[in-house]
Write a protein that binds this ligand. Structure first.
Ligand SMILES: NC(=O)C1=CN([C@@H]2O[C@H](COP(=O)(O)OP(=O)(O)OC[C@H]3O[C@@H](n4cnc5c(N)ncnc54)[C@H](O)[C@@H]3O)[C@@H](O)[C@H]2O)C=CC1
Ligand SMILES: CC(C)[C@@H](O)CC[C@@H](C)[C@H]1CC[C@H]2[C@@H]3[C@H](O)CC4=CC(=O)CC[C@]4(C)[C@H]3CC[C@]12C
Length: 369
């Protein structure tokens, strides 16, 4: 993508562009990528807000499609300069079968790669996840680690397994010749727990608190640290690496980068209270109110109930054996690789990220405030 400040001429494709992160990437591209001529938004479920984006100078093309369908992906990719592949099933609650998670996250990613190869698109950014690394099945903590920190990344759950396989496919595709003879340049971004406007899990916590009279009950020790990153900074990292990928292909190609910002290290529940507290909720208990063995029993009962009820109703509570294990294991990153490699600095400070998220929660229906 030779630099050309004169005429916007680039075509970007964002798969999963109507999702929580995808929407922020789409809006960030329209605000901060001056070279854009066309922005293609590919998603299984197109959102109504896309229509409001079609009045600007950039051509916004909404494409309803399924990444598991190779021909639909190829049609969307053809003619694009950059693909940001963020579509996926983010399911740790048992909503989809392991087979479906694999089909979307792994086969879907393979379809995106092959579409780039066949149609001559040279630049592919994949939204991976911290879960590619951990927490692992042994519950080993990952404390202020970086992209080079040794860690036994062993998984059993379908979601992290699918993300790890997909990331591997993307990184291995780096350097393959695309149609036209140029090399494919790929990289993978690994967000830690994303928060911000539109985060469904935050909404679920908020609604759970409303159901219990404005109270949430501590289940995880405050000492367990979880890395979190604001969605706007994750979107910004995607926009920036997409811009730098051509100029710095030799350095960035085939690399992984944790997504990070200045969000504080806290337990998952304490971190959520940074936003839910100002909206009227209280976290009860300075220590977990129930012993861990009882939480494990309740999580297991939830899993059993989910299995028993599946023929009748989809029962997907926040607490299950996997979410309890992840919530109860420290996983934080401390790195500056993205800054060293492509000049990334968070666009939003912690204070701004917090204020924006609080504002969003307050606007949710039935605010406890
Ligand atoms: N939410 C989080 O905390 C984190 C998310 N990620 C990754 O970020 C990406 C986006 O995640 P979120 O925005 O949270 O999820 P999301 O569920 O809000 O967005 C995913 C989007 O992909 C679309 N999609 C799903 N299956 C599809 C298919 N077969 N074909 C086309 N589109 C399909 C969905 O309709 C949705 O719009 C995912 O790849 C996820 O693994 C990584 C780290 C943390
Ligand atoms: C019920 C309590 C035990 C409560 O604390 C459970 C919280 C639990 C729902 C979340 C704790 C950690 C979260 C995950 C983490 O942020 C890493 C993730 C990365 C992704 O790529 C997708 C989302 C997630 C798996 C995220 C999901 C929600 C938690 C398990």
């Amino acid at each position: 993508m030779a630099e050309s400040a004169q005429v916007p001429k680039l075509v970007y494709l964002v798969t999963g562009g109507c999702g929580f992160l995808g929407e922020h990437i789409v809006r960030m591209l329209l605000e901060r990528e001056p070279r854009l001529r066309e922005l293609r938004v590919f998603d299984l479920h197109l959102s109504p807000w896309l229509e409001e984006l079609k009045t600007g100078p950039v051509q916004v093309t909404a494409i309803q499609g399924d990444v598991t369908q190779a021909h639909e992906v190829a049609a969307a990719v053809a003619g694009s300069h950059v693909v940001i592949h963020t579509a996926g099933l983010v399911d740790v609650f048992g909503k989809a079968s392991p087979k479906t998670i694999h089909k979307v996250n792994v086969q879907g990613t393979q379809n995106v790669i092959e579409a780039c190869i066949r149609t001559g698109t040279q630049f592919l950014i994949y939204t991976s996840s911290m879960e590619v690394v951990g927490p692992n099945v042994k519950g080993h903590p990952f404390y202020r680690g970086n992209e080079d920190t040794p860690y036994e990344a062993v998984h059993r759950h379908p979601y992290p397994c699918s993300k790890a396989l997909a990331e591997q496919l993307v990184l291995e595709a780096n350097g393959r010749k695309v149609n036209g003879g140029q090399p494919l340049v790929t990289c993978a971004l690994r967000p830690t727990g994303i928060y911000g406007e539109g985060h469904q899990v935050m909404r679920d916590f908020y609604n759970q608190g409303l159901r219990f009279g404005g109270r949430l009950f501590r289940a995880i020790p405050a000492s367990v640290e979880h890395g979190r990153v604001y969605v706007g900074n994750v979107a910004w990292m995607h926009v920036l690496v997409a811009r730098e990928l051509e100029q710095r292909a030799a350095l960035l190609g085939g690399q992984v980068y944790f997504c990070y910002d200045k969000s504080p290290y806290k337990s998952y529940e304490d971190f959520n209270m940074e936003f839910l507290g100002p909206c009227g909720l209280r976290l009860i208990g300075t220590h977990p109110l129930l012993p861990y063995w009882l939480l494990v029993l309740l999580a297991t009962l939830n899993a059993l109930l989910q299995w028993l009820l599946r023929p009748l109703v989809l029962y997907t509570p926040l607490l299950n054996p996997y979410t309890l294990a992840v919530a109860n294991t420290t996983f934080t990153v401390s790195t500056n690789k993205a800054q060293r490699h492509f000049g990334y600095k968070p666009l939003f400070s912690w204070e701004e990220s917090k204020a924006r998220t609080i504002h969003w929660v307050q606007a949710l229906e039935g605010s406890a405030w």
